[in-house]
Ligand binder design. Structure first.
Ligand code: PRP
Ligand code: MN
Ligand code: MG
Length: 178
């Protein structure tokens, strides 16, 4: 599996260091509150796990499974709900957790949905931000790393459902997807 990666962009150590920084900001921001963390499946799973175990305040966890890439390399532009939250969001302080913001369509959709459902506040944390891909005005409140315009995989990010279990963020060899 590792031999299918051309280049490691962000190492496991760098990711772990960054999750500590982000977790301490989140701890401060939500101290004394009881936020609802919304993990966006499937990509956010490894990041959410590493991040939240370092947040030192009460936090509720729930998951939403949405998909717009259908395993491919380009967004279909249409966001599908595969699994909705089990929790009511009205009057809650939400922390949406994402692995990457690319076009921004997924988050745009979720933010609109949670506003409609009358969340009290919405905070977005993403491990990766790819500003070059943006098709909406959405931005995260907390960003781990900015990534260049390359197809990145690992640590939750897939290509055709593979590579999510890499402990780092890497760029695939072009022969894998061409
Ligand atoms: C990926 C990624 C983000 C979203 C970002 O999810 O995990 O959720 O796309 O792209 P966008 O900003 O262009 O919307 P995907 O739809 O591939 O589902 P997955 O998390 O199950 O892989
Ligand atoms: Mn996703
Ligand atoms: Mg995907």
């Amino acid at each position: 599996m590792h031999d299918e990666i051309k280049e490691v962009l962000i190492t496991e150590e760098e990711i772990q260091e960054k999750t500590k920084e982000l977790a301490s900001i989140i701890t401060e921001q939500f101290d004394g509150k009881f936020p609802l963390a919304v993990g966006v499946l499937k990509g956010a799973m490894p990041f959410m796990s590493d991040l939240l175990k370092r947040v030192n305040t009460h936090i509720e966890m729930d998951f939403m499974d949405v998909s717009s890439y259908e395993g491919g390399m380009r967004s279909t532009g249409e966001v599908k709900i595969i699994k909705d939250l089990n929790t009511k969001v009205n009057d809650r302080d939400l922390l949406i957790i994402e692995d990457i913001i690319d076009s921004g369509l997924t988050l745009n959709y979720l933010v609109d949905l949670f506003k409609y459902r009358q969340a009290n506040s919405i905070t977005i944390v993403t491990l990766l931000d790819k500003p070059s891909g943006r098709q909406t005005g959405i931005r995260a409140d907390l960003v781990g790393f900015e990534v260049p315009d390359a197809f990145v995989v690992g640590y939750g990010l897939d290509y055709q459902e593979k590579y999510r279990n890499l402990p780092y963020i890497g760029v695939l060899k072009p022969e894998i997807y061409s």
